[in-house]
Design a protein around this ligand. Structure first.
Ligand SMILES: [Fe+2]
Length: 338
């Protein structure tokens, strides 16, 4: 190991750089030391992997069947598969399989896996094959129906407006996995919203609204009989280069408006309702509405993709879990370095 702070400045300045065999870079430093950066690790070394990889949601997933469409209902499974879903028996090894899921998640904010046995055990096996889950006060894995077990609207049969989960954590879950194990009634369509695309539209129309949402700390709170979680953070977080990094957005968890005089609060309210309108636009290109059927598991990036659902009747049983963003990033980076 070298104590780099003891090296002369010339020693840590590049003397030469050239393309490596695999599209990476070979750097020769002032003291003759040579560093090899493979193509796979360049984004992690020199930029933000997550942001650079961002692409719009695939066309098949981006089709909204709600709103004005009389054909509200399922997106055909073959359309999901065509837009990047993986079949669980696709013959991939665990490593390749994990890489595909994490690639799709990083690019689109969504990933689907089809052909999964609709059981809690099979869902859990799929989940843990990719990465260990992040435990919260909901546990490390859910298998639930609308029984109000927690003081949370997810445990009802009400419609849920698009939101991100865990806004009240200092580190909101990075991703979520959802599997509808059974549903014998109607409704209950899943609504997925590319929050970053909605923010791009908001920033283009009203840069001042974007500035307010990304610079104003808000308090977010969850309270039930057993737990009190609270965090203070802006709705929108960007990285050092100004690229979108994280969206926190749940009107039910928002604990008031920011401190300030009436005009400050009024301006913030206008920015908030602007974004609220965009992410609740069922016909926007960033909104996808589809029926999640037993056998298809949906992964989504909880820092980018908002999720909601329409109201439903009957018994609807869901299984799912959270991942930490950093745990997934570590898994992804290790695979890319291999
Ligand atoms: Fe949720």
């Amino acid at each position: 190991m070298v104590a780099t702070h003891t090296l002369a400045r010339e020693a840590v300045s590049p003397a030469d750089a050239e393309m490596g065999d695999d599209g990476g870079v070979v750097v020769t430093w002032g003291d003759g030391h040579v560093s090899l950066y493979s193509a796979g690790e360049l984004p992690a070394v020199f930029g933000s992997n997550r942001v650079a990889a961002r692409q719009p949601m695939p066309e098949g997933v981006g089709i909204s069947r709600s709103g004005g469409s009389p054909a509200a209902g399922d997106i055909p499974l073959e359309q999901l598969v065509a837009s990047g879903a993986l079949e669980i028996d696709a013959g991939l090894g665990q490593e390749q399989y994990t890489e595909q899921v994490l690639d799709n998640l990083a690019a689109y904010g969504l990933a689907f896996v089809t052909g999964v046995e609709p059981s809690a055990a099979a869902t859990r096996a799929l989940l843990e094959g990719i990465c260990f889950a992040r435990a919260t006060h909901y546990g490390d894995f859910w298998d639930f129906t609308a029984d109000l077990e927690h003081g949370d609207t997810a445990y009802t049969n009400l419609a849920l407006r698009p939101h991100t989960d865990g806004t009240y954590f200092t580190d909101p879950p990075g991703a979520q996995i959802l599997h509808c194990l059974e549903h014998d009634g109607s409704g209950g369509d899943s609504v997925m919203v590319d929050g970053f695309a909605a923010l791009d539209a908001l920033a283009a129309a009203r840069p001042d609204h974007f500035d307010l949402l990304s610079s104003t700390p808000l308090r977010w709170t969850y309270v039930d009989a057993n737990d009190v979680y609270s965090a203070v953070a802006p709705a929108v977080t960007t990285d050092a280069a100004g690229a979108l990094r994280q969206l926190r957005f749940n009107n039910d968890d928002r604990d008031g408006f920011p401190d300030g005089d009436a005009s400050t609060v009024a301006a913030y309210y206008e920015a908030w309702t602007h974004l609220m309108g965009l992410v609740n636009d069922a016909n926007a290109p960033w909104t996808a509405t589809f029926k999640l059927l037993p056998g298809t598991v949906c992964f989504f990036d909880n820092w980018r993709t908002l999720h909601g659902r329409t109201a439903f009747t009957g018994k609807r049983r869901l299984a799912g879990a959270y991942y930490s963003a950093q745990d997934l990033a570590s898994r992804h980076a290790r695979i890319k370095r291999a």
